[in-house]
Design a protein around this ligand. Structure first.
Ligand code: NDP
Ligand code: GDP
Length: 337
């Protein structure tokens, strides 16, 4: 039986990856931060909490990392732990650099010292492309990060590549474009949209307040993406791969898809911070804009080219952005019932 260790097991991807690996017959271990009230809700939601083995773990603590990795002795390590919300990274830039950047080095160096044969996956991100230098973005597109989060992830990406090249380690990075699900954090725009619209559809009156509706993202379903992570570690040689759908959608259209899934007929009017959306069927104001949700530097357009993952790994996403919006909106609507 193969053993996997997942950092960030309590997060969205950690939950889906745990389920996926358990179904493949793995013994699954995960690192959980010591906080006053354990947060394992997502592992419960996917029904695997009793099947995974939890260890106290923090990416900022090198000795803890060494001890846990020596105790578990995994065949594969998936480093999903991060301060993952771009918006907060301007408020927590040093923490983002430490956990998302140096945290990767702490794991790689522990593995290099004690278990160099362990296969390693790094959760790199399309946010590294930031102010995009090519359309679509592939493994060879130059990085131009636009947030402390993105800058820290570039370090994590290059140190993974460097340990692969310096020490021959099987260390791969997945450059994953945005992937969402009903388990997505409530501060990310997709989940914020589906949760607020589900409340409105249930009779609530709180208007959804958003920032930049013109930004475009390449959104896929998290369940498809964790499979790609595992596929990377099954290759004879480690490498870097983009996982994306190849379709980009403005935030405004994601609102439209989610609203339509809940039986609304949204009409957008106005421009900039004056823009609003109203449900034509009920006359209810559903969206307003506030400066508060604009970012100091924006990533305007992301669209990935997943050709390498498709041809070398045989990976491809199954869920379209409209199906994703519908899945998330219905899940939030049902949960509120
Ligand atoms: P989540 O925010 O849902 O999960 C992040 C996880 O990291 C949580 O388990 C969190 O623990 C943990 N974590 C945070 N700080 C630390 C720390 N100091 N030590 C150990 N663990 C920590 O993110 P996702 O599941 O969506 O993303 C997984 C990874 O993929 C992240 O690295 C993210 O940056 C990256 N990524 C995600 C994309 C996406 O669209 N989802 C796109 C590209 C990359 P806790 O529960 O205690 O907060
Ligand atoms: P990101 O791509 O990792 O930053 O994922 P997010 O879901 O946090 O943001 C995606 C895009 O939505 C960014 O371009 C944001 O500027 C934009 N956006 C617009 N309004 C909001 C909002 O209210 N919250 C968030 N999180 N993002 C918003």
């Amino acid at each position: 039986m193969k053993k996997a260790f997942i950092t960030g097991i309590t997060g969205q991807d950690g939950a889906y990856l745990s389920k996926f690996l358990l179904e493949k017959g793995y013994e699954v271990h995960g690192g959980v931060r010591r906080i006053s009230q354990p947060e394992t809700v997502r592992l419960e939601q996917v029904g695997v909490l009793k099947d995974v083995i939890i260890h106290d773990f923090d990416l900022s603590e090198p000795y803890n990392i060494v001890r846990v990795l020596q105790t578990v002795a995994p065949d594969e390590v998936y480093n999903l732990g991060a301060q993952s919300f771009v918006g907060s990274s301007w408020d927590l830039p040093v923490y983002a650099a430490d956990v998302n950047g140096i945290g990767v080095l702490r794991i790689l160096d522990a593995l290099r010292t004690f278990a160099p044969q362990t296969r390693f996956y790094q959760a790199s991100t399309s946010e590294m492309f930031g102010l995009v230098q090519a359309v679509p973005q592939s493994e060879t597109t130059r990085f131009y990060p636009r947030s402390p989060y993105g800058v820290a992830k570039v370090y994590g990406h290059y140190i993974t590549m460097n340990y692969r090249e310096s020490f021959g380690m099987h260390a791969s990075s997945g450059i994953l474009f945005n992937h969402e699900s009903p388990l997505r954090g409530k501060e990310f725009v997709t989940r914020k949209i589906t949760l607020a619209l589900a409340r409105l559809a249930r009779g609530g009156t709180d208007t959804l307040v958003l920032g930049n509706l013109d930004a475009k993202r390449d959104w896929g379903f998290a369940g498809d993406y964790v499979k790609g992570m595992w596929m990377m570690l099954q290759q004879p040689e480690a490498d870097d791969y983009v996982l994306a759908t190849g379709v980009t959608t403005p935030i405004r259209d994601f609102v439209r898809f989610a609203a339509e899934a809940l039986g609304m007929d949204p009409v957008f009017e106005g421009e900039g911070v004056e823009e609003t959306a109203t449900d034509r069927k009920t006359g209810k104001r559903i969206v307003e804009i506030s400066e508060k949700f604009f970012r100091p530097a924006e990533v305007d357009l992301l669209i990935g080219d997943p050709t390498k993952a498709r041809t070398r790994l045989g990976w491809q996403p199954e869920v379209t952005v409209r199906q994703l919006a519908e899945m998330m909106a219905k899940s939030d609507y049902d949960a509120l019932g």
